[in-house]
Design a protein around this ligand. Structure first.
Ligand code: HEC
Ligand code: HEC
Length: 376
């Protein structure tokens, strides 16, 4: 017997980064507050899978797909052998482990792609922003959740396999995934370490992470969208909402210029028709200004927008109602019912209408989950 290098550096890096990314993405999937961390690791996983596919063709001996080309039947036969306590020892991936590798890569790809389209559809954010409606995004989300659960089950299966194999052949498989080294027969081929590729991979991952955290995450969305300085927050923001200088000037002087996509067209029509008694003030707009503003508001009203807030506000309002307040629409009420009374009264908030106190992107009108922050 001799000691040979089986798992080259890039394969080991891939393995542990992939496992860590999946674990963190799983742990941050419940709460929207962690959405940007969740999506970061999703994008990272996608990049890692891309790398592994290339490495499966161009990598070291044991990393190449040709070195573990077994059929699913061979995988099952191997599992039967193991269950009877007599599995042959393989230096690289065994036939059952190979199936797990292929399935994990395929499921990982499915999870990442459905995640990309969930974010693009439901949140209208990210690389796939604007390619899909919110309703379609929600359907894709079902697939995202199912594939992620399947992947988690497979990870448990993989861990069980590693434990059984380690016990059966009296060797520490997790350790060899760290050191890369295994005991092998004299004639077994060794892999090269490929340290340079591994280093380049680490640099690429770090650069991606640094860009994400220092540029995208901390570069104010308002600044990028052109609404002044803003406050640092979320990365990979989707399409910019329609804007209009005249509307911003006329409707943004007393309060935030509430984006037209936050109420349906009939509400805006009613508001302009009753403009002389606008919440105790008279807007006193001349006819041509009124018409221009109304055109912009009606053309970009809730029913004309694919944004999450617009779609959900609009579907919460009864067809016979034309509310004048966003803060009285059922969706708004539902979304804000759990906020503590003390938070509403705090000096930084004061009023429900002061959306910008808690929504860093209120000016842009996007109301993304990740841009929400109650000041305390
Ligand atoms: C002269 C000041 C003034 C101007 C100009 C003005 N508003 Fe208002 N608006 C108010 C006041 C006051 C309220 C009530 C705020 C409160 O409840 O604290 C209000 C409330 C609103 C609300 C309801 C907010 C909510 O959901 O509770 C909407 C929507 C609104 N305005 C839209 C507009 C639009 C559209 C324009 C431009 C055509 C406009 N406003 C221009 C004074 C103004
Ligand atoms: C005191 C802070 C606060 C103020 C002020 C506030 N919000 Fe919110 N808003 C929240 C919180 C917290 C949530 C998230 C609730 C949740 O996800 O359960 C939220 C959620 C939302 C959502 C849902 C976002 C989504 O992804 O579906 C919309 C839309 C929204 N707010 C619009 C507004 C508008 C418009 C105003 C002003 C008229 C406003 N909010 C004022 C705290 C606030």
């Amino acid at each position: 017997m001799k000691r040979v290098l089986v798992w080259d550096v890039p394969t080991r890096l891939f393995h542990w980064l992939f496992a860590t990314s999946f674990a963190i993405a799983w742990l941050t999937s419940e709460n929207d507050q962690w959405l940007s961390v969740h999506t970061f690791f999703g994008y990272l996983m996608l990049g890692l899978i891309g790398f592994r596919l290339i490495w499966g063709v161009a990598g070291g001996h044991y990393a190449r797909f040709t070195s573990f080309r077994y059929s699913p039947m061979a995988g099952l036969a191997y599992l039967r052998q193991v269950l009877s306590g007599s599995g042959t020892r393989y230096l690289g991936h065994n036939p059952a482990g190979s199936q797990a590798v292929y399935l994990l890569l395929a499921l990982g790809l499915a999870v990442c792609i459905t995640g990309l389209f969930t974010q693009g559809g439901e949140e209208q954010q990210g690389a796939a922003a604007g390619l899909m409606s919110i309703a379609a995004g929600r359907m894709v989300k079902e697939g995202h959740e199912i594939t992620a659960i399947l992947m988690l089950l497979l990870v448990f299966g993989h861990l069980a396999g590693v434990a059984v194999e380690s016990w059966l052949h009296k060797e520490n498989l997790p350790r060899s995934m760290v050191t890369g080294i295994k005991d092998a027969p004299e004639d077994a081929p060794a892999s090269r370490p490929y340290r340079l590729t591994g280093a380049m991979m680490l640099v690429a991952v770090t650069a991606f992470g640094a860009w994400w955290f220092f540029y995208a995450l901390h570069h104010p969305i308002e600044k990028r969208l052109g609404y002044g300085e803003g406050v640092p927050h979320v990365a990979f923001v989707g399409t910019k909402l329609p804007d209009n200088a005249q509307w911003r000037e006329e409707c943004g002087s007393c309060h935030l210029a509430f984006h037209p996509s936050l109420l349906p067209a009939r509400s805006w029509q009613r508001m302009m028709a009753e403009q002389e008694k606008h919440f105790g003030t008279d807007l006193a707009l001349d006819e041509s200004t009124s018409k221009a503003l109304l055109d912009f508001m009606v053309n970009n009203a809730a029913e004309k927008s694919a944004r999450e807030a617009a779609v959900k506000i609009n579907s919460s309002i009864k067809p016979e109602d034309a509310p004048l307040r966003i803060t009285e629409t059922p969706y708004w009420v539902k979304k804000h019912q759990d906020i503590a009374e003390s938070d509403w009264r705090s000096a930084k908030v004061k009023s429900k209408v002061n959306c910008g106190a808690c929504h860093q992107d209120a000016e842009a009108g996007t109301f993304e989950d990740a841009a929400m922050h109650i000041p305390r």
